[in-house]
Design a protein around this ligand. Structure first.
Ligand code: BTN
Length: 254
């Protein structure tokens, strides 16, 4: 086990060469401290939202952090957004690149997906008891390491930055931002988190194509509410959508 002690913040990191999914390894751990991290150099069965396959070759940052939020289930989207925000801020700090958060859980560079977040939670009553916060960042590999069908939609830090990125610094910064924003979340400071998310997005005030249960809709994204849901206008009707309602968002730049 590796221990990273950053400014008195103590993260316990368990590192594997190969696992099926760090989410599944984390699920089997009982009675571990918050911010215990399972990190794998490769995953053979990495997964994304809606059970999509998540390619996890060597050179990526694939890890799951165990948290015990003890917060109401309707705040779930804030947890997801603050995680994407932490990844986005860390990428910016380490590379100087300017990522953009694509609601609800993706981090994009140059309109291509660079990182994703998948949170699997145990909810009791209305309270999120335990969250497995899965984070995947395409760091030091070329696009050729990804399946053909992803190569025009995804990118890596190596492709965008032009040289290898220090994975240790990136991981450390993600964890520092995560701890800071998670602290705000626990204290109910949603407004502060959402304000920072809004500064790091490109979808508010734009049109987007949304994959929803009934199919694809074109909508104007008016805003994010305090709980991290999007407020949209489509065919003259204003409504609020949660992350569960939307499988994918494609921003239409006009
Ligand atoms: C998505 O964009 O759909 C979410 C992708 C989440 C990928 C990470 S990699 C570490 C953790 N283990 C997994 O199997 N998935 C998450």
């Amino acid at each position: 086990m590796l221990r990273i002690d950053v400014a008195a913040m103590d993260f316990r990191i368990i590192i594997y060469d190969l696992v099926d999914s760090t989410l599944d390894v984390a699920r089997k751990l009982k009675n571990v401290e918050e911010f215990t991290i399972i990190l794998a150099k490769r995953q053979s069965k990495g997964r994304g939202r809606f059970n999509r396959e998540w390619a996890s070759p060597l050179g990526g940052l694939w890890f799951t952090t165990i948290l015990y939020p003890q917060r109401p289930a309707y705040t779930y989207s804030v947890l997801s957004l603050l995680t994407s925000l932490s990844v986005s801020k860390a990428i910016e700090k380490v590379t100087g690149l300017k990522p953009s958060i694509r609601w609800p859980n993706d981090v994009y560079l140059n309109n291509k997906k660079t990182a994703g977040v998948l949170i699997e939670s145990e909810i009791s009553g209305d309270i999120i008891e335990k969250s497995l916060v899965g984070i995947g960042v395409n760091v030091n590999f070329r696009l050729e390491a990804l399946p053909m069908e992803l190569r025009d939609k995804a990118t890596t830090l190596l492709e965008e930055y032009g040289e290898p990125v220090d994975e240790h610094s990136l991981l450390t910064d993600i964890l520092i931002f995560l701890r800071e924003y998670y602290g705000k979340y626990k204290r109910g400071q949603h407004n502060d988190i959402i304000a920072d998310v809004k500064k790091a997005t490109d979808f508010i005030g734009n049109y987007a194509l949304l994959d929803v249960k009934s199919g694809k809709i074109k909508a104007f994204i008016k805003d994010l509410d305090t709980y991290g849901n999007i407020i949209i206008e489509s065919d003259g009707i204003v409504s609020t959508l949660t992350p569960n309602d939307v499988e994918r968002m494609e921003v239409i730049k006009i």
